[in-house]
Ligand binder design. Structure first.
Ligand SMILES: Nc1ncnc2c1ncn2[C@@H]1O[C@H](COP(=O)(O)OP(=O)(O)OP(=O)(O)O)[C@@H](O)[C@H]1O
Ligand SMILES: [Mg+2]
Length: 150
């Protein structure tokens, strides 16, 4: 089943992230896709804020993954837009099976490495301030989460 959320502002996107954070569990994996400037990093900022992370969130372009330890749960923020074959040494499975939350911008680029159970969010730009966010849960835990949050 696919679900859809219409965000009319940056704050709306942050609010969706905060609601999802409230249903967090260890090993949670959230995959973000959608064109440049569609709001993926804004969503990560909302999630980080809800976790109590005060550090400014910027995309980890050159090192692919940034780990934030100061919140209620560890947050691993990946941006795989510039991933290359040589980055295959990144221990994705260690992140996916760890105690933290892993959130991945441009996750489609590593789709063969993603765990079977995950939440996918696809961002679509409608106009300057409007985004439609399609939510696709894989696995019962994520189905329940989406039903609770929307
Ligand atoms: N409803 C909305 N939700 C999220 N961002 C919005 C919204 N409306 C306008 N914006 C603006 O869109 C931009 C989204 O930027 P953001 O860096 O989050 O995009 P991104 O998807 O991470 O891009 P990239 O692929 O380059 O990493 C911001 O400038 C934000 O203010
Ligand atoms: Mg981004």
């Amino acid at each position: 089943m696919d679900y859809k959320y219409t965000s009319r502002s940056e704050n709306d996107t942050m609010a969706l992230a905060e609601n999802i954070e409230s249903e967090k569990f260890p090993g949670m994996v959230i995959c973000l896709d959608g064109e440049l400037g569609s709001g993926k990093t804004v969503f990560v900022k909302g999630l980080a804020k809800a976790l109590g992370i005060s550090e400014n969130i910027t995309s980890p372009t050159f090192n692919i993954v940034k780990e934030y330890e100061e919140g209620e749960m560890p947050l691993n923020h990946m941006d795989v837009y510039r991933i290359e074959e040589t980055d295959s040494t990144i221990g994705f499975n260690d992140y996916f099976s760890g105690t933290g939350i892993t959130i991945i911008e441009w996750a489609e680029l590593i789709k063969d490495k993603l765990p079977d159970e995950r939440l996918e969010l696809k961002f679509k730009v409608i106009d300057e301030n409007t985004r439609v966010i399609f939510l696709k849960p894989f696995g019962q835990k994520y189905e329940d989460l989406v039903n609770y949050v929307l």
